[in-house]
Design a protein around this ligand. Sequence first.
Ligand code: GDD
Ligand code: MN
Length: 354
Amino acid sequence: MQLSIIVPTYNEAPNVAELVRRVTAETAGIDAEIIFVDDSTDSTPDVVREVAASAALPIRLIHRDHRTGGLGGAVLEGFAAAEADACLVMDGDLQHPPEEIRDIYARFLRGDVDLVVASRYAGDGTSAGLADRTRVLVSKAATALTRAMFPIRLRGVSDPMTGFFLIDRRAVDAETLRPRGFKILLEILARKNLRVAEVPFDFAGRHAGESKASMRQGMHFLTQLTALRFGKMSLFAVIGGLGALVNVAIVWALTQLGVNYIVAAIIASELTIIGNFLLQERFVFQDMKGEASGVWSRFIKSFTFNNTELLIRIPIVALMVSGGHISAVIATAITLFVAFIVRFVFHSLVVYAP
Ligand code: GDD
Ligand code: MN
């Protein structure tokens, strides 16, 4: 077997026959199989069995009773079950045109990469098939955010959220992956350095049936991003926490020396901001520095952000206490937490942007 084509399906009964017809036409001359990894509650499994009986290429059905790991989990089960090491993953609704398979496979056969990504955002690729403008915007924003958060691993990958790719499954360490929802390729890319090539494609409209994308998938995606980036975020939090302690210590020492409280607070804050910057350069974003702007430019951005944040946080706490009848401690805690998240995102996306 040269090529295993893995198709995750969740209620795609009206699409199966057309998909198999077009894949069969495209894979003439290639020793290929199709594996449907199915979590459906409709008649998809029956349709797959029926189509398989008269198909020109081997078709297998893995029907799962529990949607473990959703779409991503289904893809990993497909890898495990595949006959070939070359595993092509595509959606079951024909948004990924089977007519691209030959190009993708040909690129893979050149042998210099582990992964070929079919990209909506490379060359003359398009995302025309996304249902509406909102989804186009959401998809683009999510892609930009993700690429900014993984500038090194995602270098050269314009579409880390695509579900259309061909991978040498020997390059995947399945044990390290935590599939959650839709974005299995992102999970694979973020965990390991792979040699990647891209092939542009036009994301088509759905052939039939309804999309399973939802708010819930969006939430899965955000948790996945956080989990993948958690290492950086927790270091960033530790440094921020240390900075806060040092800040208090400096204020205490200076006031002991007779320095006015406001002056002491200003000196302590500025010293902490500078100290935090140096620590995060060294320990948090060290792998992103090379791609970002120069150190002074990074410093000015970080310094300006932190001072602005400092200036607007105090009045916001005051407003919450007077207007929202929240206790000062809780208001401070909430604003500090929000500020931490915003600060982290700002540093990832702006200060250390490639
Ligand atoms: N086995 C299984 N289990 N398959 C699933 C599940 C699940 O829980 N949820 C969805 N699928 C299947 C669908 O049946 C379809 O074949 C494919 O996964 C993609 O789902 P769609 O409902 O068509 O979602 P989409 O069009 O919004 O998502 C596509 O575009 C995204 C980029 O915009 C997918 O290609 C995603 O992988 C891609 O990230
Ligand atoms: Mn779809």
